[in-house]
Design a protein around this ligand. Structure first.
Ligand code: FCB
Length: 440
């Protein structure tokens, strides 16, 4: 690696991230059915209709996995808990085995000197709650706060940091407007409700966690560098709409207690009546803010209903996902979020990484493209820091090759290779390079 710990202050945090449904194996341990199990069972939604029933069998192999995090030299492990593992129906009854699992997992992190960085919801909604409308139903804020309380009464005393939801744009827009993720809706009204309710649920969970006396609470959103595909005013306006929906909606609400005008122009008719009265609840103070960053998007105008835009393919080198590699976008978004929204709050890059078609050859995985990707993005973090942005941590996505949602097991984001026949873990070259860079 072109960087080492010496390039950062002593308390800068390096971590690695995963999420529950992507690695645990939802068929184990009494977890309830989730809307991802339902979504995956409809032909055409997921590559080869793959699901998270077995995934990486982290549910039984978690000790080996935490050893890998420790031996990689990381300070922190960002993981998520599954709502349906804790409360199989989403409300009411608790699955004792599920709570025991997260209890053991957190103790396992502490025993290895790792700071547990918890996300409460990384996309698997109990099916029983989807039956009640899921993110369209305003009551989800209360259900979510109840789940937060049940889980954190048990493990909250040992959690280092917590964020209610991973990437609200994906929970709301990608899943209810674009239809690419569960529940797979393409419905402007459902999307607008979800865009608001996901923030309402964030506020309610933060309130519940504060009531339990927890500190170091944050939020995690995804960002793309957005640019117009050509010089036309129409494309510039389309890029501003895309930027408002993906990059500004959530941070504006969380930190400025308002929604951006270019997004409201299409969404306001579909928002629940009286939404303005929720903005103080949504914008309650946080202790840090997390950004997930992967790529940039070129956008042009598209005739038709709002938002009237289309993404076009750019000329830069791409990852296995087809995502353009654009490290400058990371420094730019860090600066922009700091200046316009968080104004001095510590920022954390909570996800960054790339997929590549990695294979084991003579016992080794040579993922030099990933090493270069990580080097270039860490350099972008250093540039942002040099410009005065208080970036306090950087987390690699992901520890393991895992269930990459609608792409199934085909896209490999891990710094550790997983053989999905026998679930054997093989650290890739990037893992070894990181371990050398992060050694104290
Ligand atoms: C992020 C998700 C994560 C993974 C990466 C590639 O949007 O948070 O679960 O899918 O993208």
């Amino acid at each position: 690696m072109a960087f080492s710990r010496a390039d950062f202050p002593e308390d800068f945090l390096f971590g690695v991230a995963t999420s529950a449904y992507q690695i645990e194996g939802h068929g184990f341990g009494g977890a309830g059915r989730t809307h991802w199990d339902d979504f995956a069972s409809v032909p055409g939604n997921v590559v080869r209709a793959e699901h998270g029933g077995r995934a990486c069998e982290h549910y039984t192999r978690w000790e080996e996995d935490l050893d890998l995090v420790r031996d990689g030299g990381f300070d922190s492990y960002r993981f998520s808990a599954s709502w349906a593992r804790v409360m199989p129906e989403g409300r009411g009854g608790v699955n004792a085995e599920g709570l025991d699992f997260y209890d053991r997992l957190v103790d396992g992190m502490l025993a290895r000197g790792l700071n547990p960085a918890l996300t409460l919801y990384h996309w698997e909604l109990p099916s029983a709650l989807q039956d009640l409308g899921g993110w369209r139903n305003r009551d989800i804020a209360g259900w979510f706060a109840d789940y937060a309380e049940v889980l954190l009464r048990r493990i909250g005393d040992r959690i280092w940091s917590a964020a209610p939801l991973n990437e609200p744009w994906c929970v709301a827009w990608l899943s209810h407007f674009l239809g690419h993720h569960a529940p797979g809706l393409r419905d402007i009204r459902a999307a607008a409700r979800a865009m608001h309710h996901v923030l309402l649920a964030h506020g309610s969970a933060v309130e519940a966690m504060r009531a339990l006396g927890m500190g170091n609470l944050g939020a995690v959103c995804n960002f793309e560098h957005v640019a117009p595909a050509d010089d036309s005013e129409a494309s510039a306006a389309a890029a501003r709409r895309h930027d408002a929906i993906i990059n500004r909606w959530f941070v504006s609400a969380l930190f400025n207690r308002q929604y951006p005008a270019e997004a409201l122009e299409g969404l306001e008719p579909h928002l629940p009546v009286g939404w303005e009265k929720d903005m103080d609840h949504i914008g309650r103070p946080l202790d840090w803010f997390g950004l997930n960053y992967y790529t940039r998007k070129l956008v042009c105008a598209e005739p038709g209903p709002w938002p009237g835009l289309r993404e076009i393919e750019g000329p830069l080198a791409r990852t296995q996902m087809g995502w353009e590699i654009y490290p400058d976008g990371l420094s730019a978004i860090l600066l922009r979020v700091h200046e316009g929204y968080t104004r001095g709050l510590p920022l954390v890059v909570t996800e960054n990484g790339m997929a590549s078609a990695d294979a084991i050859r003579s016992g080794k995985v040579d993922d030099r493209a990933r090493i270069a990707f990580l080097e270039d993005h860490v350099a972008a973090v250093l540039r942002a820091r040099a410009e005065g942005v208080p970036v306090a941590g950087y987390f690699v996505w992901s520890l393991l090759d895992n269930y990459e949602w609608s792409f199934g097991y085909e896209k490999r984001f891990g710094i550790v290779h997983v053989d999905f026949q026998n679930l054997q873990r093989t650290p890739k070259a990037s893992y070894h390079a990181l371990a050398r860079a992060l050694a104290r």
